[in-house]
Design a protein around this ligand. Structure first.
Ligand SMILES: [Zn+2]
Length: 209
């Protein structure tokens, strides 16, 4: 399995990831705030076939390019509890000063424990509400895509509509209880990578929620 990171400083520094099986050349994209052009160009150049976009949650900075992927025949997946948020534009009413600018649809609805196959790579869905009700993390071989739930040395905001400090605390506990966490690299929705074992010991979510 190989992971390529695409960072977009102009869109709140959001990260999108291309994850693919080096043998079968099948791939998925994690989050779609930006990157349709850059990631599809990279995939084409490397002979990677992207079948799915897996969204960590429905906020606009993670879903704005979902419609472009969909128009290109790629299926969009999101947890059921964030579907309405994504469909309404990914931000509270009036956030953009009027009608939502980025309406998107999903093709697949995810639930906790679902498994997604990408060639020989298995990706497990972990429901981690707190930042939004339908936030999820995706766990695969030695990698956790943590969206806006877990960051390097911090965690996602819980003060947006649908956010919950107590749910965030439970979600972080769930992540920090994963087996072999010292060998799990964390790929967050913003900022730099970290290690799950390190965060389980040092993340402020352990004591300030
Ligand atoms: Zn968010």
């Amino acid at each position: 399995m190989k992971i390529l990171t695409f960072n977009f400083p102009a869109l709140m520094g959001v990260n999108c990831y291309l994850v693919y099986d080096e043998e079968t050349k099948e791939g998925v994209v994690v989050d779609a705030g930006r990157g349709f052009k850059e990631i599809s160009a990279k995939a084409e150049e490397s002979g990677i076939k992207i079948n799915k976009v897996l969204l960590t949650h429905g906020h606009f900075d993670h879903v704005m390019d979902a419609g472009k992927w969909r128009a290109a025949g790629v299926k969009i997946y999101i947890h059921s509890l964030d579907l309405a948020l994504m469909e309404s534009g990914g931000a509270p009413d009036g956030f953009f000063g009027g009608a939502p600018r980025f309406k998107s649809c999903a093709d697949g609805i995810l639930a906790d424990g679902d498994e997604i196959n990408v060639g020989n790579v298995k990706i497990k869905v972990i429901h981690t509400p707190g930042h939004t009700p339908g936030s999820v993390c995706y766990l695969t071989d030695g990698a956790l895509f943590s969206g806006d739930t877990l960051f390097c040395g911090s965690f996602g905001r819980v003060d947006f509509p649908g956010g919950s400090a107590s749910e965030m605390r439970d979600s972080l506990k769930k992540l920090f209880a994963l087996p072999d966490k010292e060998s799990v690299a964390v790929y967050p929705g913003h900022e730099e990578q970290t290690n799950l074992g390190y965060e389980a010991l040092h993340n402020p979510g352990n004591y300030c929620l």
